[in-house]
Design a protein around this ligand. Structure first.
Ligand code: SF4
Length: 250
């Protein structure tokens, strides 16, 4: 175990290190990716961010097998389905997770920016910034890296998702990047993982109740912000292609 690495280094070094890790881990099994993140590279400086949604159980189970004390961050936007909160508690008990951190939007910011609680209707980007992006950034302030549940089959900008990236602030590990819904479901069945109760009601992807609807077909995230053109909440910053503040040479 080598947890003595000097993270973070300068921006170019972080980008280069992320690219090297991505090349090393491309195609690796999720267990292997998580072991590298948790045991070899970052130790207690890596957290797993989970929505406790439709596909969350597999990643949480793998992390729990490696270390049940891995920090797990759940952003409680105050707009989740009641079933999601019940499912979170059920999964935490089932997996015996011991370090789940529930983070919420800042109450003063909510009072100032969304006093009626309906910002999602007129400005969902501002609502996501208030209720997801800023709480997530605050929760990750003490960490050098995080683990996400994003997958290439989600499509859009995720179609080319690397196994490891650096977003200018943190390293990000995407252990399930290459898994398909079939592999995720097979893993869940093999390990007896409880499903999110809304999956049986036609929700293949589950976020906040105002912005999630049932959907059918091959696009797992079609029911998120349906009909609005919005596809991401914003917690996943685009990975820089060069260090911030430096110009590309043409
Ligand atoms: S998903 Fe909808 S309700 Fe949730 S934070 Fe974003 S805009 Fe607001």
């Amino acid at each position: 175990m080598n947890l003595a690495r000097a993270y973070p280094q300068d921006d170019d070094a972080n980008l280069a290190r992320a690219a090297a890790l991505a090349a090393e881990l491309e195609g690796a099994a999720p267990h292997a990716v998580l072991r590298v993140a948790i045991e070899r590279e970052f130790g207690d400086r890596v957290a797993l961010v989970s929505s406790f949604g439709a596909e969350s159980a597999a990643l949480l189970h793998i992390a729990a097998e490696i270390d049940r004390a891995t920090p797990v961050i759940f952003i409680d936007t105050d707009k989740h389905f009641a079933q999601t909160l019940q499912y979170r508690d059920e999964l935490v008990d089932f997996l015996k997770l011991t370090n789940v951190r529930v983070v919420a939007p800042d109450t003063d910011e909510v009072a100032a920016e969304d006093p009626k609680g309906d910002l999602w209707r007129g400005d969902p980007d501002a609502c996501c910034t208030l209720r997801k992006v800023r709480p997530n950034e605050r929760a990750l302030a003490g960490f050098a890296a995080w683990i996400t549940g994003r997958k290439r089959h989600h499509g859009g900008v995720r179609a080319r998702l690397p196994f490891v990236e650096h977003d200018g602030r943190h390293f990000k590990f995407n252990p399930l990047a290459a898994w398909t819904p079939r592999e995720i479901n097979a893993y869940a069945r093999a390990h007896g993982l409880p499903p999110h109760p809304l999956v049986a009601q036609g929700f293949p992807s589950i976020g906040c109740w105002p912005c999630t609807s049932p959907s059918e077909g091959t696009d797992a995230r079609a029911g998120r912000w349906a009909g609005s053109g919005k596809t991401e909440c914003g917690i996943h910053r685009p990975a820089p292609t060069t260090a911030p503040g430096r110009r590309m040479a043409f």
